[in-house]
Design a protein around this ligand. Structure first.
Ligand SMILES: [Mg+2]
Length: 259
């Protein structure tokens, strides 16, 4: 079956049951991790400049931090909060010239506070989740190290919106492995074909949803990227808050195919 969703992508599907469940990715889907990390480093750079560092040097220091921070080294990633703090402090120490090492503690405190503030759910995402929760089971499936992902989940307060929260770092599988979706479905007591998977990363979120045989995949494509030929999402939206707009189309399609 091919659906026309006025600019919304579509594809053929079979054996889809009524949609009962929505599975979400976390980073860059529900919270804007990429933007938060960049904006936080800009704030720290301004702070360093206010301490007397040249503007360009402040920018280079924080850019260097972000680069190393994003190279998170599995399998040696810290496993507890103290280890996580130490790993991040060590990165700041490696990018701050020694004459500025007096600032390491303050820089880290500022960075952590600013970043976690920015990783909160926006009011529009919160109201969407609250509304969806009255009609659907909601699940969160996130890839990443346990301690780092749980820090974001707990600080953003998003845990309370979900009937199950699954962090790949707590398991030996991650998206796009279908087993992580099957675990979520098992916890929610639903069949994958009853689920919609929503996420920003096509190679993991969407590919994984396809691997698991979910009822529909929804790609949050804020940057207007092209999908590879072998991974075609059923629907594409530019922001997760657009999901309710297309839900009637998705659920109607699944009911038609059920009959
Ligand atoms: Mg993501």
């Amino acid at each position: 079956m091919v659906m026309d969703g006025s600019g919304i992508g579509s594809s053929e599907k079979t054996c889809v049951r009524s949609i009962t469940t929505i599975l979400f990715d976390l980073d860059n889907t529900l919270i804007f991790t990429r933007e938060a990390d960049s904006a936080t480093c800009a704030t720290v750079a301004s702070w360093l400049t206010n301490q007397g560092l040249p503007k360009e040097e402040s920018r280079q220091i924080t850019t260097g931090f972000l680069q190393k921070f994003r190279e998170a080294p599995a399998p040696n990633y810290p496993t507890d909060v103290a280890g996580l703090d130490k790993w991040r402090l060590d990165i700041w120490a490696s990018v701050l010239p020694e004459i500025y090492h007096q600032y390491i503690g303050d820089v880290y405190s500022l960075w952590k506070l600013e970043r976690l503030n920015r990783l909160s759910l926006t009011p529009s995402v919160i109201s969407m989740l609250e509304e969806l929760a009255s009609d659907f089971n909601l699940g969160l499936i996130t890839n990443g190290p346990s301690v780092a992902q749980w820090e974001k989940i707990n600080e953003s307060g998003c845990h309370k919106f979900f009937d199950t929260v699954i962090v790949s770092g707590d398991l030996d599988v991650e998206k796009p492995n279908k087993c992580i979706y099957e675990l979520a479905c098992s916890e929610l007591k639903v069949n994958p074909s009853e689920c919609i998977m929503v996420g920003d990363k096509i190679e993991t979120d969407i590919k994984g949803g396809m691997n698991a045989g979910v009822g529909a995949t929804v790609w949050v494509n804020a940057r207007n990227k092209s999908a590879p030929d072998d991974i075609q999402p059923d629907f594409t939206i530019v922001n997760v808050t657009k999901l309710p707009d297309i839900l009637p189309t998705i659920t109607a399609a699944s009911q038609n195919e059920e009959s």
